[in-house]
Design a protein around this ligand. Structure first.
Ligand code: F6P
Length: 528
């Protein structure tokens, strides 16, 4: 028996509708409706989202919105903002919106924004002390370099934001990131640094993540060896975590420990003290502007009717393609070098949140859920994988993202960049028919969303990231899955923990399956 979702009249109506419009050319919709751009785009505080280049007729959105209502989306949005335990498998709220709220947000009867404000004030004090040179290193020298040791949500957001805000940073502090347990990562970063002027921030919600703990210990050894004293750790280490017990064992000074809470998911945590490297690198005002941007999107998501609600429209578009066109991937194409880590950030946000096949009620889903999200900045990606987007056999919707103004210098090049940005959306849709050979024909009819902001500053970055956070939530509601857990990731960690002891010594292993044994034994034979 198919699931209630598949059986619902709203789902069935969308299936029927898809069949009637399957052969449609997106281009032709512009001829039918001269105001299509106006009808299929939305603006919000310096952000324009154009979704006119999609397989959307006048009937499609109402049908998708009917599905959203049938799935009680407005109630779910309210439940999230009200701090209910919507992360059901971990029995927790998902309250990243509280991290940037300017009004009380309640969780289990408590206003959690008081805690948030306390940590933000602690951050501000620390950032001011470091950036002004009041807080120096062990030898009295100014801190010039910050190393973030963390992985997944404890790294991707801050790294993205630091890169994105580089044009706004004053250059007094450099930010570095170590995530991989591969020693090459740590070695490459520490190799270029002077311990006397380096602050190391260990970021881990759990403070148990193997990669982070290993790198943190190695960095501690490096620092103590360089500065010749254990006492140096106090001035050169900070931590961001919800596990205050473990952090005390590591020996980090309590005033340099920044708390986060179990109601913040790792991949939703940039807005918490996880953003400390961003505040150190670009300044507290930039971090606050990031919050302000996210707040604009939060209010929009909470208060705007579904039909004009940006995260709702984008979430429903993904449902439309994934479930009714059977697409398996979406390309994220920032026309901004500063957003070069956006695809990686969104990979975690979307694939860790939506890569689920068990519904909230414990049943196995009989419909597709999260898909592959990948991308690279334009224009580089035009010279690598765009060929497949234009002429391959897969249908891959694309998000094209750009800022109108350049603040990075070389301003005359910005028009060149944007001409490519505008061109790709058009080329994907229109293709090219009049060609001399069949191979030169570009079929077009490839859907894309264009997101254009006034400037890719901290505020608009905040809006953009919150837009994607809420889009993911919308999809999870339609699919009845929990976007806030990640049980699948734990398995690999557990297996690695079982394997590690067997790597000691030269004796051949026969403990695991034949493939794993074979690989381990080859490794043992060939390692020095
Ligand atoms: O990859 C799994 C994961 O749990 C992510 O969800 C999380 O962002 C990352 O590991 C790091 O976790 P932590 O912050 O606890 O070290």
């Amino acid at each position: 028996m198919p699931s209630p979702l598949i059986c619902s009249p709203e789902w069935q109506a969308l299936q029927g509708h898809q069949q009637t419009i399957a052969g449609l050319r997106i281009q032709s919709l512009f001829a039918i409706d001269k105001n299509r751009f106006k009808h299929f785009s939305l603006t919000l505080d310096g952000m324009l989202v154009d979704f006119s280049r999609h397989f959307l007729t006048n009937e499609t959105l109402p049908l998708l919105l009917a599905l959203a209502h049938a799935r009680d989306l407005p109630t779910w949005i309210a439940r999230m903002f009200n701090g209910e335990h919507i992360n059901n498998t971990e029995n927790r709220a998902a309250l990243h919106i509280a991290l940037r709220a300017d009004k009380p947000v309640y969780c289990d009867g408590r206003d959690v924004t008081a805690d948030v404000q306390r940590v933000l004030a602690q951050m501000e004090k620390f950032v001011t002390a470091i950036r002004s040179g009041i807080h120096t290193g062990f030898t009295g020298q100014r801190i010039t370099d910050v190393v973030n040791i963390g992985i997944g949500g404890s790294y991707l957001g801050p790294q993205l934001a630091c890169q994105a805000l580089r044009p706004y940073a004053d250059g007094s502090i450099r930010a570095h990131f170590v995530s991989n347990v591969d020693g090459e990562n740590l070695s490459a970063v520490l190799g270029g640094l002077n311990a006397a002027t380096t602050l190391i921030i260990v970021v881990s919600k759990t403070f148990t993540t193997q990669e982070t703990m290993t790198n943190a210990q190695a960095a501690r050894h490096w620092l103590v060896a360089q500065l010749g004293s254990e006492s140096a750790v106090g001035q050169h280490f900070a931590a961001v975590t919800s596990n205050t017990e473990k952090v005390a064992q590591f020996g980090i000074a309590p005033q340099h420990v920044f708390e986060m809470w179990d109601w913040v998911g790792g991949r939703y945590s940039l807005w918490s003290a996880v953003g400390l490297p961003v505040a150190l690198y670009a300044g507290m005002a930039a971090f606050q502007a990031l919050h302000a941007g996210a707040r604009v999107m939060d209010a929009h998501f909470r208060d705007t009717p579904l039909a004009h609600n940006l995260p709702v429209v984008l979430g429903l578009l993904d449902v439309w393609y994934i479930n009714f066109f059977n697409t398996q991937a979406r390309a994220v194409l920032p026309y901004a070098q500063a957003l070069s880590r956006l695809p990686a950030y969104l990979q975690q946000l979307e694939m860790e949140s939506l890569g689920k096949s068990i519904a909230r009620d414990g049943t196995t889903v009989d419909y597709a859920t999260g898909n592959i999200v990948w991308g690279e900045p334009g224009t580089d990606s035009q010279h690598s994988f765009f060929q497949l987007l234009h002429q391959g056999t897969l249908l891959i919707p694309a998000d094209l993202i750009a800022g109108c103004r350049s603040v990075a210098g070389f301003r005359e090049q910005h028009a060149l960049l944007l001409s490519n940005y505008f061109a790709q959306g058009e080329a994907l849709m229109n293709g090219k028919a009049d060609a001399n050979s069949p191979q030169a024909v570009v079929a077009g009819n490839r859907p894309s969303t264009s997101i254009l902001v006034e400037e890719l500053d901290a505020k608009h970055l905040g809006m953009l990231l919150a837009l994607y956070e809420h889009k993911v939530f919308v999809q999870s509601v339609i699919w009845n899955i929990n976007a806030f857990d990640q049980w699948g990731v734990a398995l690999g960690k557990q297996v690695a923990d079982r394997i590690l002891p067997t790597l000691a010594g030269d004796a051949k292993t026969a403990t695991f399956d034949a493939s794993t044994n074979g690989l381990i034994n080859f490794y043992k034979e060939h390692r020095p």
